[in-house]
Write a protein that binds this ligand. Structure first.
Ligand SMILES: [Zn+2]
Length: 251
């Protein structure tokens, strides 16, 4: 950890993102989705995220500042509209080098608990912690269809409204409910969906996570195949990623 970084994270008054890090933030491919008018807000949220959230290296990971920045940069794309801070309940981000094993505590459909741990690339736990596989964060930065940061932080937003599944806090829900329910049922019927990960058919919560992944990783394809869904998220996130081609084969 460099000296300025320690100073910057040492608490006290909020300070703007240091200039060197503004340059680094612009190197994150997805930051190109942020229009100039929203850039100061984006930078401020990334700075707040880095100051407030404790990163914990797990599984032998050698945590680097650039890794914190990448996670913060991807996570803060989801909260440009949020009026109330930066994932206020979230305290820790645990980062593993790759997929990690978690013990199974949920009974399966037969009521049995399988003792064998399962591999995961991300988890969001009761709003105070998010666990991520760095290899999968990197894959998202390189244009993979999976974006574990978008997925897990969508769960964080979803948990703002424990009484509603698959929806963040919104002033009104009519359009959200109408579009999301119709598209969720469509995915549940579809055997080979063209864009959305079939895992989204598990529940409305997972559907929201999967749709967010597609919005940031395959925006043009999402717009083409599910334009109402795309427009719903465009209006919610205040971003129009289909207007930017980040990867040559993105669509
Ligand atoms: Zn999930």
């Amino acid at each position: 950890m460099s000296a300025w970084w320690r100073r910057w994270f040492g608490g006290g008054e909020p300070s703007p993102l240091p200039e060197r890090w503004t340059g680094q933030l612009r190197q994150i491919p997805h930051s190109a989705y942020v229009p100039p008018a929203l850039w100061p807000r984006y930078e401020a949220r990334v700075g707040t995220f880095l100051r407030q959230k404790r990163f914990i290296a797990c599984g032998g990971l050698q945590l680097e500042d650039s890794q914190r920045l990448a996670v913060a940069a991807l996570a803060c794309l989801l909260i440009l509209r949020e009026p109330d801070g930066v994932y206020p309940p979230l305290r820790r981000v645990l980062l593993y080098p790759d997929a990690f094993l978690v013990p199974q505590t949920e009974p399966d459909e037969l009521g049995l608990v399988d003792d064998a741990p399962q591999a995961r690339i991300g988890e969001s736990w009761q709003r105070d912690r998010v666990i991520l596989s760095w290899a999968d964060v990197e894959a998202a930065l390189a244009g993979d269809a999976t974006n574990v940061v978008a997925h897990e932080f969508a769960h964080q937003l979803d948990d703002e409204t424990p009484e509603l599944s698959g929806a963040p806090a919104l002033p009104e829900y009519a359009r959200w409910a109408e579009v999301m329910q119709r598209e969720y049922q469509r995915l549940r019927r579809h055997r080979r969906p063209p864009v959305l990960d079939p895992y989204g058919a598990e529940s409305p919560e997972e559907f929201f996570g999967v749709v967010c992944e597609a919005f940031f990783q395959q925006p043009q394809a999402l717009l083409r195949h599910h334009h109402e869904l795309y427009e719903l998220l465009r209006d919610y996130f205040l971003l129009d990623p289909a207007s930017r081609l980040l990867w040559p084969d993105a669509a």
